[in-house]
Design a protein around this ligand. Structure first.
Ligand code: SF4
Length: 458
C-alpha cells in the first residue's frame, strides 16, 4: 500500500508465517495528521468526568474548547464538571507570567461554585513560560481548605498517553489527601471494588455497577465516570481495582498496587463474551460461594433476555468485512471477539495508544491478511478501508465522516454515542447499531449513483 515511508513500520499486514513486530508507543509523525489528541487533552478526558470537582484550564482560551459538550459523561449528582473554565491567557500573561491571573481565577471560582476539589491543568504555553502551578495550587489549598491539584499536562513532551499519566498522578494525589489513605489497612471493606477506566459516556458504568450490586459486590469509587471526590478518596478501602480502559488508567492501577497494595484485574464489559468472562473473574477473586452463585444466575438471566434479538440482527451482519479504529487496545480486542461472535470478518484493526503486547495479542486474534496499524491518519485509514473492502468502520467522532464519504457503514464506539454499548444490554444495542448501519439502503443508492457517474459529493 502507498503510504508515507516513515509510517511503514506502524502499518503492517498480518502474515501466517511471521510475527507482526509493529512499531508503536512513539511520538506521532509530523505532518501525518494523527488522530491523537495532545497531552493536555489526554489528562482532560480522564479527569473531567469527576463530577463535583472544578476543572480549570490554565492557558489560552482555545485549549478550553475541549469541553463536556465534546465528550459527555453522565453524572448522578453534581453538575460542576460540565462547566469549562479557563484563565484565558493573553500576550501580557505570556510575557509577565500568568500566576496572578490563576490565583484570581481560583478565588473567584472556588467561592462561587464551592467544589469538593479543584484540578488545574497546565497547557503548552504554561510549560514554556514556567508558571509555578505547584506553588499557586498549594497556596490556594491552604487558603480555601480543599484539595487544589496541579495537573502537569503541558504539551510538546510526550503523547496523549503522557496526559493519561499526568491524570493518574493527579488522582493519586487526591487519594493521598483523603483520610482513607492514613488508615487503609483497618478500613478494607469486604467484597468491594473500585472501577477504573470507564467514563460513563452513555450510562455504561451504571449498568456494570448494577450487575456488581446484584452479585453482592460494593463499588467504592468510580474512576472517573460519575466520579465523586469523597468516593475517590475512599478508594483505598476497596479490596480490588477492576480496570477496563488499561490505556488510560493502567498507570494509576499500577501505582495503586505498588504504593497502596490494592491489586487490580483487567476486565472488559464490551461484548457478551467479555462481560461473562469479566463477571466470572471478579467473582472468582472473592472466593465466595454466594457471589459465584449470584454471578451464574445473573449471566443466565441477562443472556437469555437478549440472545434471541441478537440472533435476529446477526443474519444481516454475517460475512461482512469490518474495520476497527479506536483509542485504546482493550476496546479493539473486545470488538474483535464481538464480531467473531457475529460471524463477521475483521479486516483492519488500529489503535491510537496500543503497546507492543497489545498488537501481538491483536495479531494473534485476527486472520492472516488483516491490516494492523498504530496511530493512523485519515489518508492511511481511507486507503486501508478501500484496500480491505470494508463494509463498516467502528471508530470515534473523527472517523465518522470519513466512513460516510467512502460510502460505508459506521458505528460510534466513542465520545458521542447516546446508547450504552456495555454489558448484555449493550451487546444488543451494539449489534442493532451495526445491523442498522450496514443494512441502510443509502449505501446501495450511493453505489448506484457512483457507478452511473451521477454522484456529486463523494
Ligand atoms: S495549545 Fe497545547 S495544550 Fe492547548 S490544545 Fe493545543 S496542543 Fe493542547
Amino acid at each position: 500500500m502507498d503510504i508515507l515511508s516513515e509510517r511503514k513500520a506502524f502499518v503492517k499486514r498480518k502474515r501466517a508465517d511471521s510475527g507482526l513486530a509493529l512499531d508503536c508507543e512513539k511520538a506521532s509523525l509530523p505532518g501525518a495528521v494523527s488522530q491523537r489528541a495532545c497531552v493536555f487533552c489526554g489528562a482532560r478526558v480522564v479527569l473531567n468526568p469527576i463530577t463535583d470537582a472544578l476543572h480549570l484550564i490554565h492557558g489560552p482560551i482555545g485549549c478550553a474548547s475541549y469541553t463536556w459538550d465534546i465528550r459527555g459523561s453522565l453524572s448522578s449528582e453534581s453538575e460542576i464538571y460540565r462547566h469549562s473554565f479557563s484563565t484565558d491567557m493573553r500576550e501580557k500573561d505570556v510575557i509577565f507570567g500568568g500566576e496572578k491571573k490563576l490565583e484570581k481565577a481560583l478565588e473567584e471560582l472556588i467561592n462561587k461554585f464551592q467544589p469538593r476539589a479543584v484540578f488545574v491543568f497546565s497547557t503548552c504555553i504554561v510549560g514554556i513560560i514556567g508558571d509555578d502551578l505547584e506553588a499557586v495550587c498549594k497556596a490556594a489549598e491552604r487558603k480555601f481548605g480543599l484539595p487544589v491539584i496541579p495537573v502537569q499536562s503541558s504539551g510538546f513532551e510526550g503523547t496523549k498517553s503522557s496526559g493519561y499519566r499526568a491524570a493518574g498522578d493527579a488522582i493519586f494525589r487526591l487519594i493521598c489527601k483523603g483520610q482513607a489513605f492514613r488508615s487503609e489497612k483497618e478500613e478494607k471493606i469486604p467484597f468491594s471494588v473500585n472501577m477504573l477506566g470507564d467514563f460513563n459516556l452513555a450510562a455504561e458504568l451504571w449498568i456494570v455497577k448494577d450487575y456488581l450490586k446484584r452479585i453482592g459486590i460494593k463499588v467504592i469509587a468510580t474512576m472517573t465516570g460519575d466520579g465523586k471526590v469523597k468516593d475517590i478518596q475512599d478508594a483505598p478501602c476497596a479490596r480490588l481495582n477492576i480496570l477496563q480502559c488499561a490505556g488510560s488508567m493502567g498507570y494509576l492501577a499500577r501505582r495503586l498496587k505498588e504504593e497502596l497494595d490494592i491489586p487490580f484485574m483487567k476486565i472488559s464489559f464490551f461484548g457478551e463474551l467479555d462481560t461473562i468472562n469479566s463477571l466470572r473473574a471478579i467473582a472468582g477473586f472473592f472466593e465466595d460461594r454466594r457471589i459465584r452463585e449470584n454471578t451464574e444466575r445473573l449471566i443466565r438471566e441477562e443472556s437469555s433476555r437478549y440472545s434471541s434479538r441478537i440472533e435476529k440482527y446477526k443474519k444481516g451482519i454475517e460475512g461482512k468485512r469490518i474495520a476497527i479504529y479506536v483509542g485504546g487496545a482493550f476496546k479493539a480486542k473486545s470488538l474483535i471477539k464481538s464480531f467473531r461472535a457475529l460471524d463477521a470478518e475483521v479486516v483492519f484493526v488500529g489503535t491510537q495508544t496500543g503497546n507492543r503486547d497489545d498488537y501481538e495479542e491483536i495479531s494473534a486474534m485476527t486472520n492472516p491478511g488483516t491490516i494492523i496499524a498504530d496511530d493512523t491518519n485519515p489518508v492511511e485509514l481511507a486507503k486501508c478501508l478501500g484496500e480491505q473492502k470494508a463494509d463498516l468502520l467502528v471508530g470515534g467522532v473523527k472517523e465518522r465522516y470519513l466512513a460516510y464519504k467512502l460510502g460505508i457503514g459506521f458505528c460510534d464506539h466513542n465520545h458521542e454515542r447516546k446508547y450504552p454499548l456495555a454489558g448484555f444490554v449493550g451487546d444488543l444495542e451494539f449489534t442493532r447499531e451495526i445491523y442498522t448501519s450496514i443494512q441502510s439502503p443509502v449505501w446501495k443508492i450511493l453505489k448506484r449513483e457512483k457507478d452511473a457517474g451521477t454522484l456529486r459529493y463523494c
